[in-house]
Ligand binder design. Sequence first.
Ligand code: KG4
Ligand code: ZN
Length: 342
Amino acid sequence: DTRLTVLGIETSCDETAAAVVRGPLDKNILSNVIRSQIDEHTEFGGVVPEIAARAHIEILDRIVAEALQKSKCSWDDIDAVAATAGPGLIGGVIVGFMTAKAIAMAAGKPLVGVNHLEGHALTARLTDDLDFPFLLLLVSGGHSQFLLVRGVGDYERLGTTIDDAIGEAFDKTAKLLGLPYPGGPHVEKMAKKGDVTRFRLPRPLLDRPGLDMSFAGLKTALRTQAKKLEPVDDQTVADLCAAFQRAVADVLAARTKSALDLFRERYPDTAPAIVVAGGVAANQEIRASLLSAANDAEARFIAPPMALCTDNAAMIAWAGIERLLQGPVDDMKLPPRPRWPL
Ligand code: KG4
Ligand code: ZN
């Protein structure tokens, strides 16, 4: 029986999370507990690393206990502990990973230090029937990249943002238009009321080949337009949000098309699939653009449920399972890392 039950811990940004996942047969999320720190950070207009680290320390033990209790597992049922070892805000990563080391040592379980990005990359294999290789578009507050996922531990970054991450661009745009943090959902809400034809924003880098993207220029162009019209009324804010969101969606759709072309060149005999993950994947217009780009290319489009697209510990537990299936793992000596490219 190759079934494993793994406790996962995630603390690399502003969610404190623990989960118990069983698999790979009868894949099952036995518990998935998340506590967001948004309230602690809102007044500062963004995540404050020191506050985040302290908030993780304060509740991680309770979150882990709750995850175990909800899973109806005892420590005897747990085969291993998996925790994010990076990349992320180092204070939080240290809290989660050192806690995991302590638990693993005390309970006599193997420890898996998971790369947070690998967690996002493998999530779709927990939620869907999906074989390697496949494409991943990761769009969050900290990352915007196309990854070719060839296997567990075997990733190739095909393209990335050369400046701001998309979520970051949404957040900065919201800030300069006077909308609250985190900006993404507010920009989307305003955009619904906006006239997308009123402002014309650039489509950065699309005149160049490859899969890299750029979003900082978009935000600057928007600021320039807004400055000319000060004081900006609500309708103008809505129109600017609509133009911004459409520009981002267009860039992503165009790059998705190129990514699928590249996939076809490399794997002419494999049906292409593209998975989207990260907080920005909550955006309906962006989702619709990606879906239609995938449909045009006759590719499968997979968007895991929102709670598993954003930061969570089930994806870390699952990545732990996938790693353990490759062979024994002992990451006791692995250091927590702020930077850790896949
Ligand atoms: O993956 P995530 O929850 O956390 C990390 O960054 O790791 O992503 C958060 C980001 C924020 O920048 C937020 O503004 C953005 O995702 N976001 C959205 C939407 N919901 C969240 N961006 C655009 N539209 C949304 N509906
Ligand atoms: Zn993330």
